[in-house]
Design a protein. Structure first.
Length: 360
């Protein structure tokens, strides 16, 4: 099902400010859309409006071109999974999954078939007759997913469903969710504050900050073409390096770190309008040339080396002033307090207007 939001705004009663403003968004049928953003930016509010659990202050919500603003939650054909799982503790996993169908007076036979089908996909057949308190967090999360699945909704709504799981299990469930989505092909809207979840699962990411959409696109677009400094810093780990300075006569002059960069011809074309102006340059940690000293290399001092196995993350300073983060292959020899020369790969630079913070 296609889900469309047209200029949606939300103002909670008793609050002076709008929590969400001008939300324009199209989620296509079969999309796995991840709504991403820091805590408090309005993600859950948005999801609950789609579910019908929060009222819509202004704008239009459409499912397959049908206006849904006033349709009650139970008639929206959506299923929601919460971070807390919200299972009934006194019921078995089977009954938890069967409950909403039983309420809808679906026949016992159909209920059984649906529960068993979901249990098989989620590999929870072995503990269907256990109570939620007797199974692990990961298993409970699957039951919560199963409960959403048996309804065969047109849209899945998931609100930080993996937040309560440990790191290993979270990684595993990420892959399972992608597999499940491939299998069911149900339009999915997934809320998280975790950029890794967004980057690994989404067919479409919606990054929000402070109630406003910052960028919408495919994960690769986010990584390679962030539309502003907020997006650039939110996506990717370690965080993108940002340097402030001035653009003059075809050169970026960084005041913070006594260094100059000459952008590519292509970048220079776009930077023409910024001659003499303050701009910012962004570069991801893996885009430095570390192998040899070049004409425009700068010297850095390494303060901390983080060994992650396949790579090392170097936290250092340029000219003892400006922080810099560099990643190198794990087998490279780098130690604390060493000095090294590095070069900015000018093919990999992101330029931003310092004033508006928008991409140039
Ligand atoms: P997120 O899910 O991104 O962490 P939320 O949508 O939960 O953010 O909250 C966004 C903002 O709306 C927060 O400032 C929060 O305090 C406020 N908020 C959430 N629910 C309510 C409510 N029922 N009444 C008033 N304000 C609320
Ligand atoms: Mg939330």
């Amino acid at each position: 099902m296609k889900v469309e939001l047209k200029n949606i705004g939300k103002k909670y009663e008793g609050r002076d400010e709008f929590t969400l403003r001008h939300i324009d968004l199209e989620i296509d049928d079969k999309d796995f859309c991840v709504i991403l953003g820091p805590s408090g930016c309005g993600k859950s509010t948005l999801l609950r409006m789609i579910a019908g659990l929060n009222s819509i202050t202004e704008g239009e919500l459409l499912f397959n071109d049908r206006l849904m603003n006033k349709v009650s939650p139970k008639d929206r054909d959506v299923s929601m999974v919460f971070q807390s799982y919200a299972l009934y503790p006194h019921m078995t996993c089977y009954d938890n999954m069967a409950f909403s169908l039983a309420m809808r007076k679906v026949s016992k036979k159909t209920i059984h078939d649906r529960v068993m089908e979901a249990a098989k996909v989620l590999q929870i057949e072995d503990y269907l007759y256990s109570k939620p308190s007797d199974i692990s967090g990961g298993q409970r999360q699957r039951v919560a997913l199963g409960r959403a699945m048996v309804r065969k909704p047109s849209v899945f709504l998931l609100d930080e469903p993996l937040s309560n799981l440990d790191a290993k299990l979270r990684e595993h469930m990420r892959i399972e969710l992608v597999r499940l989505h491939h299998q069911l092909e149900t339009t999915t809207i997934y809320v998280t504050h975790d950029q890794t979840e967004a980057m690994t699962m989404a067919t479409k990411i919606v990054l929000m900050n402070d109630g406003i959409i910052q960028q919408v696109g495919h994960p690769e677009e986010f990584y390679n073409k962030p539309e502003n400094i907020f997006v650039a810093k939110f996506i990717g780990s370690p965080t993108m390096n940002i340097f402030y300075g001035r653009y003059k006569d075809g050169q970026f002059i960084c005041d913070e770190c006594a260094m100059k960069i000459i952008p590519t011809k292509e970048d220079q074309k776009r930077l023409k309008a910024f001659d003499g102006k303050e701009i910012a340059v962004g570069i991801r940690s893996e885009r430095f040339i570390t192998e040899k000293k070049e004409e425009n290399s700068v010297e850095i001092r390494i303060e901390v080396v983080e060994m992650l196995g396949k790579e090392k993350v170097l936290y250092g300073k340029i000219e003892d002033k400006k922080d810099i983060i560099i990643t190198v292959p794990g087998y490279y020899e780098y130690k604390m307090n060493e000095k090294h020369f590095i070069t900015f790969d000018n093919q990999a630079l992101h330029f931003f207007d310092r004033e508006t913070e928008e991409r140039i």
